[in-house]
Write a protein that binds this ligand. Structure first.
Ligand SMILES: [Zn+2]
Length: 416
């Protein structure tokens, strides 16, 4: 089977859809709307119904049920159109390295950008595949345009094969996932599905249904500024107070650099510094939601201790909930996971289940009433100039979508 996934992917990645955390617009950047409008016209052209691009830049559409299967549960497939703001996404030049021979791949626009199978076992395992990369100056955008292209190709295939038995399939494309806003304006009611699957994962076979639980902690240290030449006995430097706080954070086993698997961490990642006022933002992550509180208490304690060591300094702390481990919801819907496992097997693959050390749109959508695990899309080296995707992995992802659509229409699902 050869679908339109690769051809679509090569077109979609040339549109710059980086999201922007500093923007208050919805979606955060106009490039995302450019791609959304293109997708909307392509979906209409393919014959999908209810194609709606809403005022927040979310695109939804329907593949109608095949005749006689209208009573099957409605399921959805979701991908995000934005790419990471951490790496340039302007003038992406995708290139296909056909029938990959297993050697180093030197990207032509920057000879220092080299994909080496010796340090990338996933790449070494894909000898013979058609490998897609960027040209060395930008990210590729496989995260998550691979998912977008696969869902589009699957929709096209379903519309073109009315003999396949499936219920109503909903499609959703979201903006601003990379800046944590992908679920903000997702209308779960209007989407109207029993469950959904994001296609936003790594290599073939991956199925993710556990994510971090996540909070954002911020400490604002307030000092007192005066002319440094005449500051003796009066200046209180908030930068020094904040530096003491950061230096006091434990590292071993509690930082991203020293943890993996099911470990959580605290991660100072933004400092906005001035003598008068310095804000430190710290990510708190753990698979156990209850552990977030323990880590928060430690941060509070260390922030106060730092302020107390500088007479006159004051600290104010704040906490923002970001997302929760989707497992808390998904373990109540075992069929959602089991059908995904079976669909992956139906595509000739072995399901690989691993916790996500991060979140996806599904981490929030699951808690908004739409159980949403994550499926592989074939992405590798996300947010990097060395990002790559295998065209054969993309085809496998399409197969999994088609298999899932059919599984949910089996007689034992209907009426559940
Ligand atoms: Zn992604």
């Amino acid at each position: 089977m050869r679908t339109s996934a690769l051809e679509r992917f090569l077109r979609y990645v040339t549109i710059d859809t980086r999201s922007d955390e500093r923007s208050l617009a919805v979606p955060s950047t106009p490039g995302q709307l450019t791609l959304m409008r293109l997708l909307a016209s392509e979906l209409s052209g393919l014959g999908l119904t209810d194609v709606v691009l809403d005022q927040h830049g979310y695109l939804m559409a329907t593949v109608p049920a095949s005749r006689g299967w209208e009573a099957a549960p409605v399921i959805g497939f979701i991908a995000h159109v934005d790419t990471s703001p951490e790496m340039s996404g302007t003038d992406v030049r995708p290139m296909v390295h056909e029938r990959y021979d297993g050697g180093d791949i030197v990207l032509p626009d920057d000879p220092a950008a080299v994909l080496r199978p010796s340090s990338d076992p996933a790449l070494a395992a894909r000898v013979g595949d058609d490998i897609v990369t960027a040209s060395g100056l930008t990210l590729l955008g496989g995260d998550d345009k691979a998912g977008v292209a696969e869902i589009m190709a699957a929709a096209e295939y379903l519309i073109g094969h009315p003999e396949l038995r499936h219920g109503t399939i909903r499609i959703g494309f979201t903006p601003d996932e990379e800046i944590g806003r992908g679920a903000d304006h997702f209308d779960v009611q209007r989407f109207g599905a029993f469950c959904a699957y994001t296609l936003d994962g790594g290599g073939r076979g991956e199925l993710e249904w556990e994510s971090f639980s996540a909070d954002l902690f911020s400490a604002t240290f307030k000092g007192f500024n005066t002319h440094p030449g005449y500051a003796r006995g009066t200046m209180i430097n908030a930068i020094r107070v904040a530096a003491d706080f950061i230096a006091s954070l434990p590292r071993d086993g509690v930082s991203p650099e020293t943890t993996s698997g099911y470990d959580g961490f605290v991660h100072p990642y933004v400092v906005d510094a001035s003598v008068d006022r310095t804000v430190v933002k710290v990510l708190i992550r753990d698979f156990l939601t209850g552990e977030l509180g323990t880590k928060r208490a430690m941060l509070e304690h260390l922030a106060r201790a730092a302020a107390d060591a500088h007479p006159g300094a004051v600290v104010e702390t704040a906490l923002t909930e970001q997302y929760r481990n989707m497992r808390e919801v998904l373990e109540r819907y075992p069929a959602v996971i089991e059908h995904a496992r079976q669909a992956i097997r139906a595509a000739g693959l072995v399901p690989i289940e691993r916790p996500i050390r991060g979140g996806t749109d599904g981490s929030r959508l699951s808690f908004m009433g739409l159980p949403t695990p994550n499926l592989f899309a074939g992405e590798h080296n996300f947010h990097s100039r060395l990002e790559w995707v295998s065209a054969q992995d993309m085809e496998k992802a399409v197969e999994v979508v088609l298999a899932l659509a059919q599984r949910w229409a089996q007689p034992d699902c209907i009426g559940n």
